[in-house]
Design a protein around this ligand. Structure first.
Ligand SMILES: NC(=O)c1ccc[n+]([C@@H]2O[C@H](COP(=O)([O-])OP(=O)(O)OC[C@H]3O[C@@H](n4cnc5c(N)ncnc54)[C@H](O)[C@@H]3O)[C@@H](O)[C@H]2O)c1
Length: 292
């Protein structure tokens, strides 16, 4: 457990939530086999949530679950690809079984980038990224509707992960920019449809530069495989950064540094927690101040 994880738990435990701020709530976090999603899974479990670790990488998902259960938390892994409709049905079914018929939180976080300049972007790149970051979250939310359109007095919460690329655009990411802009509209629509009768909260959390494999050196060789077997290299080419010092590299960030996955995930926890029970339909930027 990181020291910041411990601190959040202590603060919560000291106040009105002795079993954690999310005690007993069932949370699906997609893309929680590593990176920001894995940190969110640990933080949520530490606050008493029963976490469904959903990731296309089954081994990594299981290792996150093992870490959580070793620390006394509660989690299951449901491995699969959010681009697969059958997987989405299985994910919701298993989450509801795990939660004895209830699901309280969905964090739509799974994803990767597949960049290209506008004039070279293929239809396949376009559709894969739009499906991954916008259509899959919609289908997951639609499949989970029976567990959110309920009146049992318990909190319900949907958090969609966006990016500064969606809020402000980013050269080389026209596909990702569309999808990440799109989830802000999805979020606000959920807030308006499911808020009045069912009290469901929905918010978007948009990250800036967070240290994960998506922002590591492309030369490190991380890649994902599309459903039809194409390899997509992840990361940012080092040539883009060559010659710049640390401060110059982050000149557009007032804090002059990237964020950690723990910092990013802590913001997701904050939004899911009762401390934000009246924050609804918002896009919360977690960027170190970039783009202000
Ligand atoms: N890292 C950043 O700087 C940054 C900035 C803005 C937004 N984001 C967004 O944050 C989210 C998390 O990114 P991260 O940086 O932690 O990346 P990451 O690569 O560390 O983790 C993403 C996880 O999602 C999983 N995943 C990818 N495609 C999947 C699929 N089709 N089905 C199921 N699981 C899948 C991966 O296996 C991986 O475990 C993404 O939506 C990303 O676009 C990240």
């Amino acid at each position: 457990m990181s020291s910041s994880t411990a601190r959040v738990g202590q603060i919560a435990g000291h106040l009105n939530y002795p079993k954690g701020m999310l005690a007993g709530q069932v949370a699906i976090i997609t893309g929680s086999g590593q990176g920001i999603g894995a940190e969110a899974a640990r933080l949520f479990a530490n606050e008493g949530a029963k976490v469904v670790v959903a990731d296309v990488d089954g081994e990594k998902a299981q290792s996150v679950v093992d870490g959580i259960t070793k620390n006394g938390g509660s989690a299951i892994a449901v491995a699969g690809d959010v681009l697969d409709d059958q997987y989405i049905a299985t994910l919701i079914k298993k989450a509801a079984e795990f939660g004895n018929g209830k699901i309280h939180i969905i964090v739509n976080n799974a994803g990767y980038t597949w960049d290209g300049v506008i004039h070279k972007m293929t239809d396949k790149q376009w559709h894969t990224i739009v499906d991954l970051h916008a259509t899959a979250p919609f289908k997951i939310i639609r499949a989970a509707a029976p567990y959110f359109r309920v009146k049992d007095g318990e909190p319900r919460n949907i958090i969609n992960i966006s990016s500064t690329s969606g809020l402000h655009g980013n050269a080389g990411q026209i596909n990702y920019a569309l999808a990440k802009a799109g989830v802000t509209g999805i979020t606000k629509t959920i807030a308006k449809e499911w808020g009045p009768q069912f009290g469901v909260r929905a918010n978007t959390v948009a990250f800036g530069h967070i240290l994960t494999r998506l922002t590591a050196a492309k030369e490190a060789g991380a890649f994902v495989t599309t459903p039809d077997g194409e390899k997509v290299a992840l990361g940012i080419p080092q040539a883009q950064k060559a010659g710049a010092g640390a401060a110059e590299q982050h000149a557009d960030i007032p804090l002059r540094r990237p964020g950690t996955a723990t910092e990013a995930a802590s913001a997701v926890l904050a939004v899911a927690s009762p401390l934000m029970s009246y924050v609804n339909g918002q896009t919360i930027s977690v960027t170190g101040g970039r783009n202000i």
